[in-house]
Design a protein around this ligand. Sequence first.
Ligand SMILES: NC(=O)c1ccc[n+]([C@@H]2O[C@H](COP(=O)([O-])OP(=O)(O)OC[C@H]3O[C@@H](n4cnc5c(N)ncnc54)[C@H](O)[C@@H]3O)[C@@H](O)[C@H]2O)c1
Length: 337
Amino acid sequence: MKILITGGTGYIGSHTIVDLINNGFEVISADSFLNSDGSALQGIEKITGRKIKNYKVDLTNKEDTEIIFKENPDIAGVIHFAALKAVGESVEKPILYFDNNINSLLNILDNIVKYGVKYFVFSSSCTVYGSPDKLPVDEHTPIQEAESPYGRTKQVSEMIAKDVLSNTNVKAIMLRYFNPAGAHESGKMGESPALPPLNLVPIITETAIGKRDSMMVFGDDYNTRDGSAIRDYIHVMDLADAHTKSLQYLIDNPKALDYDFFNLGIGQGVTVLEAINAFEEVTGEKLNYSIAPRRPGDIPAIYADYTKAKTLLKWNPKRNIEDIMKSAWEWEKVRSN
Ligand SMILES: NC(=O)c1ccc[n+]([C@@H]2O[C@H](COP(=O)([O-])OP(=O)(O)OC[C@H]3O[C@@H](n4cnc5c(N)ncnc54)[C@H](O)[C@@H]3O)[C@@H](O)[C@H]2O)c1
């Protein structure tokens, strides 16, 4: 069965391609290299022995996007990762974020309906919950005002997908990721963004390897067990597995809801200081960090209740924060060589 992965040379897309291939799917990718250098394609080949075709297409371009579907009328499913994802940048450049993330989605959905694609899986985010009143967050937790234009693109994208795909034969799943981190355990693939990373784990590994002199922990006065903010870090290979299981669930269950959504986290909140500690323990490296004031827009704590994914998708994340740090460090050493 042929699956189109948009954003397939990016971080989560490339790891998902490996998992899909290992589970017998045929995969093609569409990625403009807006935030990747394309090297993940070699990583995928080294791990799976398969060469993946990537359409170097800007998915906001209607005509170019349609060419992918015209040339591949047998696409059965699309997993749509392609998007810009930096929260801070989205505050500075909201038009860029709405243009890129919404127009690419519209073009993809248009072709999905036109070319009779059956399954659609979308990369959403826990940012749709804003700053939740109650933890852990399950899928009944109310959607709150978005904290950034990026978060708004995810909220709006979910609604657009629902509106466009209702009354069609397409079945859709929205996956709300918590904090993806870590790398493929082979050390052959990991996160290598074209733009400087803004999330905690690559900042930790870049500091430890000496690409950064030091790093900052934003806030040690939150109402948490050690004062630093709590997040739910999910290993990228567990996340990849959830995408394969989502597709399989839609394929195996003709009676599945036409539109559904799932939280993907491991259900354990880890503070920033605990994450740093875990890194130091598994790697033996000492991190140079200092405490800085809270950043505006950061929420104190969020972690998932993933019972729904466990029950329906039969998804059970296997890795913890130590596995994340270990694999991310191995990858950092490889890519810095
Ligand atoms: N990484 C996270 O922390 C996180 C958390 C929640 C949700 N998400 C979502 O998951 C998805 C994948 O994230 P990621 O971490 O792999 O990001 P990434 O930047 O590594 O990958 C996204 C890929 O999409 C491509 N792309 C972006 N706009 C495009 C366009 N218009 N046309 C063609 N290609 C385009 C980029 O070149 C990049 O390779 C995104 O939708 C992101 O918003 C990520």
